[in-house]
Design a protein around this ligand. Structure first.
Ligand code: TYM
Length: 328
């Protein structure tokens, strides 16, 4: 049994990319492993957030995790800011993080590009992410492809801490899905599908109604060739739709290509839309039942308590290793 940790930011309604790149893996892993799934609200405030919107996004994300199949009986589901150990260890890890390595993170470069007021937390974000992971002696971190660089840094920081102070951290491995690690925008298929995209037609929200999903997929950018074939370089739009189709149904890309041989993009897009709707509709139904339930609060309370128990032990070890506080 391995320990698994992953987190998602409550910075807007999740996209199909979040689901296929991350949540689908979480559900797969939860039965055989000790899993921690976190709503990383402290990461969300590295860029400005509206107070009430953030609160409702936190709750909505908790409901989406469960509606997607995360079982709170077996997995620990919690809100990052309700477990103070995250920022405590985050600060310690900041003290061994170098500004140069933080500035090299592509997520930092993307999010800070062209902005005038950039918070220092946006820069130190990866040190907090490393803390999230290292607090639980995590072996495996299931994420989408865009988190690779952060995971590398986490491994570096863990090794650096172990060498410099005491060997207390487990070095975690990354787990990326074979298909669906990077779902692209429907409108600009060279760009990652993102919940912060200004063009709403570029992404499918996990809570989009079936009609809207169908419309967005039908207007997805493809090419004029009319051949359903996976070729990421020359046919990025079609390749992205094939990836989405395959991740939703489990059917291989090869077999999908065969299925649509000699058929046009109209049929193909209808197939993709149906696959996405069949994946998301049951989640949306469960979500509607959960979002206002008191049970959700109980689950998050218990999750925070359980997470704190392990996380506080790691913080105590890290403090001792660094010489913080007094001997007790
Ligand atoms: P976030 O909130 O941006 O995304 C959550 C998860 O969804 C994956 N993802 C995608 N996968 C495939 N295609 C896409 N278009 C796509 N967009 C997003 C992300 O890779 C991620 O797995 N830094 C993290 C949150 C975090 C975290 C952690 C993750 C904080 N602490 C500790 C793992 C462990 C982030 O911003 O994810």
């Amino acid at each position: 049994m391995e320990t698994i940790f992953s987190g998602i930011q409550p910075s807007g309604t999740l996209t199909l990319g979040n689901y296929l790149g991350a949540i689908q893996q979480f559900v797969e892993l939860q039965n055989d492993n000790d899993c921690y799934f976190c709503i990383v609200d402290e990461h969300a405030i590295t860029v400005p957030q509206e107070r009430l919107k953030l609160r409702s996004n936190i709750r909505s994300l908790a409901a989406l995790y469960i509606a997607s199949g995360i079982d709170p009986e077996t997995s620990t589901l919690f809100v990052q800011s309700e477990v103070p150990a995250h920022t405590q260890l985050g600060w310690m890890l900041q003290s061994i993080s170098y500004i140069g390595e933080l500035e090299r993170m592509t997520q930092y470069k993307d999010k800070s590009a062209g902005k005038e007021a950039i918070s220092s937390a946006l820069l130190t974000y990866p040190s907090l992410m490393a803390a999230d992971i290292l607090l639980y002696n995590t072996n495996i971190v299931p994420v989408g492809d865009d988190q690779k660089q952060h995971l590398e840094l986490t491994r570096d920081l863990a090794g650096r801490f172990n060498n410099r102070f005491n060997d207390i951290f487990t070095i975690p491995d990354i787990r990326i899905p074979k298909v669906g690690a990077r779902i692209m925008s429907l409108q600009e298929p060279m760009k990652k599908m993102s919940k912060s995209d200004e063009n709403e037609k570029g992404f499918i929200s996990m809570l989009d109604e079936p009609k809207k999903i169908e419309k967005k997929i039908k207007s997805a950018v493809t090419d004029s060739e009319g051949i359903v074939k996976y070729d990421k370089e020359n046919k990025p739009g079609v390749s992205n739709l094939l990836t989405i189709y395959s991740s939703c149904t489990g059917e291989s890309i090869k077999s999908l290509e065969a299925k649509y041989e000699g058929k046009g993009y109209g049929d193909f897009k209808q197939g993709v839309a149906n696959a996405v709707i069949e994946t998301l509709k049951p989640i949306q139904d469960r979500y509607a039942e959960l979002i206002n339930s008191v049970k959700l609060d109980d689950i998050l309370d218990q999750g925070a308590e359980k997470a704190s128990f392990t996380a506080n032990k790691t913080v105590a070890k890290a403090k001792k290793a660094m010489g913080l506080g007094r001997v007790k």
